[in-house]
Design a binder for this molecule. Structure first.
Ligand code: EPU
Length: 435
């Protein structure tokens, strides 16, 4: 899947200006499959222009939906959908394709879905999703790398999640909205993306209460209809720009956000000595000259998001002193650390923690993005150096960040892309020398 394109960044330019945040990736990839529960068309607004969205569109088309994507709006006509088995193929390259399990089970009582791929962050089991489907009355078999699910009838049940899981909470909600009677999900995840999915399902006629708390109650309904829904802003994209603004000692207005969703990030930035001012739907970040080291632990929402752990680790290479970052969600989300070390950082990884010694400035070199947020961490690292950084593995970044270079350039960053070919045969200058 690796492509030959590379992203280049000439660092040392503070980010200044305003950046508009797009719709949330992790909402979009749950809302798109949720729309197949309706018996008429749904319009999703404020979709991010990212590869995961395009891949999901193609998956729905394989199932027989008519899908129209225009700008940031997608219209999904699910009238001709059928439960086509999808044990292999595209389904495996998109982790969030697992939402088709809950959605197809709910609509047809059956689903065959290849086990999901996505970013490699250590083991990512889906046992809690399966436990939920079984509690609702489905039989689930795992054969040849695919999950086979079938139910004569889905009946509401009480489900306690052993692990707080975003995916399992949403998948069980999808499976339960048309089940007979009441489902209660206990120890549910509370992420804003879950509230977004519940808002869409309720607008489609579902009866879901408590989304955003750790107990969600769903009363099954027999039919759902299409509606129009606007996706919430991407708190992880917003956090990435907040961290980038601080990392370059810039001044950036991060616009179109829900500031409450970013509280854990705002709090950590302030603790380091970064100025953050809150407006109704924007955050203004003004970097200081000196930053204090801080310790950070990722936790389910409203704790500090694991998806911003990697970018924040990069920022902490700037702090005076030693910081400890612990990822409580994933066992091995530290692949960016090897690359940061190549750039000159002094970071030790011990188990689930990274110990960052802030006295070592970063230098531009060739690095590789191993996953989406590692990519974001390396982009920020590139912006911090005084040289040129070459980032490969750009396809990971394109999965989740809309118009990254365009947005960065508008803030004054020097960044460009070049393919390996143009790298080999530069017309006038080597990509390393371009502005
Ligand atoms: N887990 C289990 N069993 C399960 C499900 C999860 O043990 O059945 C464990 C996982 O291994 C992990 C923890 O529970 O250690 C949390 O996983 P969760 O299910 O919440 O993660 P997810 O739903 O697969 C979503 C986001 C991730 C984000 C996590 C945590 C989507 C499509 N993905 O994944 O986003 O890191 O929640 O907040 O919503 C990203 O955007 O870069 C990304 C990886």
């Amino acid at each position: 899947m690796e492509n030959a394109e590379k992203l280049y960044i000439r660092g040392g330019h503070p980010l200044r200006g305003k950046v508009e945040i797009s719709g949330a990736k992790n909402s979009a990839v749950a809302l798109i499959p949720a729309t197949i529960l309706a018996n008429s068309a749904t319009v999703l607004d404020n979709l991010p222009a990212i590869r995961d969205v395009v891949m999901y569109k193609e998956l729905l088309e394989e199932l027989g939906c008519n899908v129209f994507l225009k700008g940031d709006q997608m219209t999904i006509h699910p009238e001709n959908i059928s439960p086509v088995p999808m044990p292999n193929g595209k389904i495996k390259s998109l982790r969030a394709s697992y939402y088709l399990m809950g959605a197809l089970l709910s609509r047809f009582g059956e689903a065959v879905i290849g086990l999901p791929g996505g970013c490699n962050l250590g083991p990512r089991p889906i046992d809690q999703h399966i436990k939920g489907f079984e509690a609702l009355g489905a039989r689930v078999e795992n054969k040849y790398g695919a999950v086979y699910i079938k139910a004569e009838e889905l009946v509401g049940a009480k489900i306690y999640l052993d692990v707080v899981s975003v995916g399992a909470t949403i998948n069980i909600m999808l499976a339960a909205v048309r089940a007979k009677g009441q489902t209660i999900i206990e120890n549910a995840a509370k992420e804003p993306e879950i509230v977004d999915v519940a808002t869409l399902l309720n607008a489609m006629g579902a009866q879901i209460k408590g989304a955003g708390t750790d107990m969600i109650k769903i009363t099954g309904v027999s039919e759902l209809h299409g509606c129009t829904h606007s996706i919430i802003p991407d708190r992880i994209e917003a956090g990435t720009y907040m961290i980038a603004a601080a990392a370059t000692h810039g001044d950036v207005l991060v616009d179109n956000v829900i500031p409450k969703h970013l509280e854990p990030v705002t709090a950590k930035l302030k603790e380091m000595g970064v100025q953050v001012e809150e407006e109704d739907d924007a955050l203004y970040i003004s970097g200081g000259q000196q930053y204090k080291s801080v310790d950070l632990k990722t936790l389910p929402y409203p704790g500090f998001p694991t998806d911003l752990q990697q970018p924040f680790t990069t920022l902490l290479t700037k702090a005076n002193g030693t910081s400890i970052v612990t990822d409580n969600i994933y066992q091995s989300r530290f692949k960016h650390v090897d690359e940061l070390r190549r750039m000159g950082a002094n970071i030790k990884v011990e188990g689930r923690s990274a110990v960052i010694d802030g006295r070592f400035p970063l230098h531009g070199t060739k690095v590789k993005a191993s996953d989406l947020r590692a990519g974001a961490a390396l982009v920020i690292a590139g912006l911090m150096t005084d040289g040129v950084t070459e980032i490969s593995g750009v396809e990971h970044i394109d999965r989740g960040y809309e118009k990254l270079e365009e947005k960065l350039k508008a803030l004054g960053a020097k960044t460009w892309r070049a393919s390996t070919e143009s790298h080999k045969y530069p017309s006038h200058h080597h990509p390393y020398e371009r502005e």
